[in-house]
Design a protein around this ligand. Structure first.
Ligand SMILES: [Zn+2]
Length: 280
């Protein structure tokens, strides 16, 4: 391998954070916490193992996603309830907040709206941090397990990958044909999943999730949401996915409505202010 003479010097250049988060609009977490104290449950759905389910989360409400019965990871899609073309943007959320999200981070929507769809208000796994392998929890680096990659890698047709589970659940929620629903399914927030990139080869890895029954991730809906969650066939993702091998468990989604007046001056974020002229 030919290296330039100044290779070491070039590698030693210090990195710069692409998007310093200091200039992002700050969520008022104490306001959300106070509102949550008054909140009452208005809806719930149990997501069966190796299946997905959907739930509506009105703006200003909370979505609690819990581990029940056993360690299990979930693949989450979020949509604007009134416009499926506005959907969760995993890549930009990663660019803004890092490879994994936790309390205080926002879940951003796609172009051209690019605005916070939801804010993470509680993460009972926030103690985990970044482990010695570079792994952490709730990633926005994976995509979702899917039958197409499975076909390429193993030649089999497996129908209960998160991609297919999300497709069926969205089709059912909106009474869409499967082919149309599938086009709206997007890269997920990997709830409870513990992942990273190997330090030596940069490969995407997963490991047994630290999630235990009772752990939960809670979001505050900044706009009216349709949330679709798949209980991944990988179970706790300690060994494999895209198969029926792993032990799988359900996940619980619950929606909570805060008491009247407890959200003070909070209002839904406006769609992105860029004028969309693109220089013409
Ligand atoms: Zn999956």
């Amino acid at each position: 391998m030919n290296q330039p003479q100044d290779a070491a010097t070039r590698r030693a250049v210090k990195p710069v954070i692409c998007y310093p988060p200091e200039t992002l609009p700050e969520p008022d977490l104490s306001l959300y916490a106070a509102a949550r104290e008054t909140a009452e449950k208005i809806d719930e759905v149990l997501v069966a193992p190796r299946e997905a389910a959907s739930i509506k989360v009105p703006a200003g409400h909370f979505l609690k996603m819990s581990s029940v019965e056993g360690s299990q990871v979930g693949d989450l899609n979020l949509f604007n309830l009134h416009d499926l073309s506005e959907r969760f943007y995993s890549g930009k959320t990663r660019a803004l907040h890092g490879t994994h999200v936790t309390t205080g981070d926002r879940l951003w929507s796609s172009f051209p709206t690019l605005r916070p769809m939801a804010t993470v208000t509680t993460d009972t796994l926030d103690w985990y941090g970044i482990d010695e392998f570079g792994g952490s929890v709730h990633d926005v680096i994976g995509t979702r397990c899917d039958p197409y990659t499975g076909k390429v890698l193993s030649g089999t047709d497996y129908h209960h990958c998160c991609h297919s589970n999300l497709t069926r659940a969205l089709a059912d929620a909106r009474e869409l044909p499967l082919e149309e629903a599938e086009r709206h399914v997007h890269d997920v927030l990997n709830v409870f999943m513990c992942t990273g990139f190997t330090r030596d080869t940069g490969q995407y890895f997963m490991k047994a999730s630290p999630v235990r029954p009772g752990d939960y991730l809670e979001l505050f809906a900044e706009i009216d949401l349709l949330a679709v969650l798949s209980a991944c066939p990988g179970g706790d993702c300690s060994s494999e996915h895209t198969s029926d091998v792993a032990a799988c468990h359900p996940l619980l989604m619950e929606v909570f409505r805060p008491g009247d007046g407890t959200l003070g001056n909070w209002s839904q974020p406006a769609v992105n202010g860029y004028d969309r002229s693109h220089g013409r």
